[in-house]
Ligand binder design. Structure first.
Ligand SMILES: [Mg+2]
Length: 231
């Protein structure tokens, strides 16, 4: 049973056989441990080339609520004499964050696993709609979601087929495709305002829940939406 009274109330009022799209990263699961592991691996791989920078960077601490790894570097007041160092870190992070390798570091937000089980038990059509890349993250997503206890199968999992596609466009197109199913109401839960604003524009009939964790800050946080930080 979800722990959040707002979520419990919402579940009770949710019309039967609704369609619910669920984001994964920074909505159902935390990602700061994945970022931490990637920084650690980068320091290990690069310590011979940049011993001082790696020594300093290894003290970076990624926290819940951080978007990416930049905040951890800011807190450390990290800078490097060599601009190539940060470029290599960015490239290493991008390659590894969007891969199967470190997904086992993610942990569910409080109540998230029970929440998804409850949706499915109540007969709602539940689809994971994530910006994770299909080619690089399909197996790892299935495996780690299962390990964390989420209900998961290939037919309820939607990953991004084209790496270069913008998340908000890909998600809007996926919603356009799947909203054709008969459903008494359609909902989408996501932590990224960019996605939520795109949905408001393209699919005004889709109802939204803002999961307040961390985001790109490319769009303002939406007001007047049900806003939660756990389930
Ligand atoms: Mg997300």
């Amino acid at each position: 049973m979800p722990q959040n009274p707002s979520v419990q109330k919402w579940l009770k009022q949710l019309p039967r056989q609704s369609l619910v799209f669920l984001d994964i990263d920074s909505t159902l699961v935390t990602t700061h441990q994945r970022n931490q592991a990637i920084i650690k691996a980068f320091c290990k791989a690069m310590e011979a080339k940049w011993p001082e920078d790696c020594q300093r960077l290894s003290q970076a601490h990624c926290q819940l609520g951080d978007y990416g790894y930049y905040s951890a570097l800011d807190r450390l007041k990290f800078s490097s004499q060599d601009p190539q160092f940060l470029q290599d870190l960015a490239e290493f992070w991008r390659k590894n964050f969007f891969s199967n390798h470190y997904l086992d570091k993610d942990e569910p937000y409080a109540g998230a696993v029970e929440f998804v089980h409850r949706l499915i038990k109540d007969g709602h059509q539940t689809l994971y709609l994530t910006g994770r890349h299909k080619k690089a993250m399909w197996e790892g997503t299935l495996e780690t979601m299962k390990k964390l206890g989420f209900p998961i199968s290939e037919d309820i999992l939607i990953l991004k087929p084209q790496v270069e596609q913008k998340d908000e466009i890909y998600k809007s197109e996926a919603v356009a495709k799947h909203k054709q199913r008969p459903a008494s109401s359609i909902w989408l839960i996501d932590n990224e305002p960019l996605i939520l604003h795109q949905m408001m524009e393209d699919h005004p009939e889709v109802e939204l829940i803002f999961f307040k964790s961390c985001h790109s800050q490319k769009k303002p946080e939406p007001e007047h939406l049900l806003t939660i930080d756990h389930f």
